[in-house]
Design a binder for this molecule. Structure first.
Ligand code: PLP
Length: 372
């Protein structure tokens, strides 16, 4: 038998989550963000599964867009950070891409370049994230220069990114949004502001376009779930099996450094999954795991190819029992990647993008999309 670890990708769940994003914002169009290989889910497979629903896709760089074009994706693709050097503009034009412009050198490169056909440009303004974008007081001047160039004037948008859309109470989100609303009004600009948490929780931020990302993969980006976010369905199930069982006397340690010690006579299951597959080595004892669809927990440090779980109260579990590290078990039980992330002192984004190539992806659902 082959090593039992797989990442099962449920493309019907992806479509369900996309529809949920779209239905939260009925007056916006939703760009499906599929950067970083669709957050580890496979960008081309995900794009094909969403092709009839999503009017556009977004990626971080030209190389990611090229992969999609080579795979036959014809929908608009937005480069969220624009170009990284002026020489990329030819490819942007040839591939029919849309792009953010966040810096003066990009603006000058665009204005110096004379495309034969228009390039839709999203002017990125730094409204408080303080990462990329023009300062708000410069936005008008940038906008006017692009609006005076025929190749760019016809399809200009205002873009910005929120730093705190996942939480309430600080007032910072409202400050960013207030600034952007005033700016959009002054410029008469259609906007694209909302990421996943803003799509789910801040309808006032919905613009001509929204940019949901992680929610498409079933992770709840909100600090406190709401009615919509509770309906998200997991897309990736990281699934393996018990490959060995150990009976331990009270006090016996498990794994490197003996971090976990049996507090009573214990039964330990060894799972074929480790940090060499992308499972987070920071997972603490107590990190939840589903064995045969029932919750139990990690006991002992994660090693490269294996991890260990407590089966003491699960006499029915044995070699070959299904183990779900996150996602949906065969019996329907769900373990959210967000919950696992909290036990690893990280976020779902790092766990999902961190699943390594050693783990075979298996695609399910979205009938009509060919197996690759
Ligand atoms: C990644 C990204 C998104 C999507 O963010 P999520 O939190 O995954 O929804 C949106 N906009 C920009 C600019 C991004 O880089």
């Amino acid at each position: 038998m082959a090593r039992p670890l797989t990442a099962d990708i449920d493309l019907d769940a992806l479509r369900h989550n996309y529809r949920l994003a779209r239905d939260q914002a009925p007056h916006s169009r939703s760009v499906a963000v599929i950067k970083a290989d669709a957050y580890g889910h496979g960008a081309l497979r995900c794009a094909r599964a969403l092709e009839d629903l999503a009017p556009a896709f977004a990626v971080a760089c030209l190389e990611e867009a090229e992969t999609l074009r080579e795979g036959g994706i014809t929908a608009p693709i937005v480069l969220l950070e624009g170009i990284f050097e002026a020489a990329e503009l030819e490819r942007v034009e040839a591939l029919g891409l849309w792009m953010a412009v966040h810096a003066d050198w990009q603006l000058e490169a665009l204005l110096a370049y004379r495309p034969a056909r228009p390039i839709p440009v999203w002017v990125k303004v730094d409204s408080g994230m303080h990462r990329l974008g023009f300062p708000p007081e410069r936005a008008e001047a940038v906008w006017e220069r692009l609006a005076a160039a025929p190749a760019y004037a016809c399809d200009l948008h205002l873009m910005s990114h929120f730093a705190t859309a996942d939480a309430r109470g600080s007032g910072y989100f409202e400050r960013q949004l207030g600034l952007l609303e005033a700016l959009a009004e002054r410029l008469g600009a259609p906007s694209c502001l909302a990421n996943s948490p803003a799509t789910l929780a801040w309808p006032a931020s919905h613009g001509a376009w929204n940019r949901p990302g992680v929610m498409l993969y079933g992770s709840d980006p909100l600090e406190a779930a709401n009615a919509a976010s509770r309906r998200l369905a997991p897309v990736m199930t990281l699934r393996s099996a018990i490959i060995a069982v150990r009976e331990l006397a009270e006090g016996e340690p498990v794994g490197y450094g003996g971090r976990w010690r049996a507090p009573r006579p214990s039964r330990i299951g060894v799972v074929a999954c480790g940090y060499g597959d992308g499972y987070d080595r920071h997972a603490l004892d107590g990190t939840p795991v589903l064995v045969a669809g029932r919750r139990t927990a990690i006991a002992g440090k994660v090693s490269m190819d294996m991890l260990t779980v407590d089966l003491t109260d699960m006499p029915e579990a044995d070699i070959g029992s299904e183990v779900v590290l996150w996602g949906r078990a065969a019996n329907g039980e769900v373990l959210s990647v967000d919950e696992v992330a909290r036990h690893c002192d990280t976020i779902s984004y790092t766990l999902l993008t961190g699943v390594l190539p050693r783990v075979p992806r298996r695609y399910h659902g979205a009938s009509g999309t060919d197996p690759h």
